[in-house]
Write a protein that binds this ligand. Sequence first.
Ligand code: DQA
Length: 147
Amino acid sequence: MLLILNGPNLNRLGLREPGVYGSQTLEDLERQCESWGAELGEAVTCRQSNYEGQLLEWIQEALEQGFGGIIINPGALTHYSYALRDAISGQPLPVVEVHISNVDAREEFRHKSVTAAVCKGKISGLGFLGYRLGMEYLIELNTTELN
Ligand code: DQA
């Protein structure tokens, strides 16, 4: 079972800078992740919050809620939230960081991620497909670790 978290402003997908993030909505993204999960045989729970503290609590509780891994797009929190970094490093589940846009091709402040170093890895610039690739990785990792 995978937890997919989207952070601040990602509820505005489709409306927000469509030239950067595309015209599909958060609901489209979440339905897409659920259908990829069905295809890959993995249950998926999608959550979004504009509140840092809410994201921290979801990460803190994920293991006891039975999740086997987390995909997170932390939005702009990526670039400065040490609290989010500590929440990720403070729990044992594998986490993949995903960005819809290619953050390295954008403004200088987006080049730095304070969270990526405590994640298994970071996928950036591949649009919604990054979430699917992250899911495939986490499923593969859990299968390998169990065997
Ligand atoms: C983002 C990139 C961040 O820099 C930005 O603040 C976002 C979205 C992305 O998905 O490309 O909110 O994480």
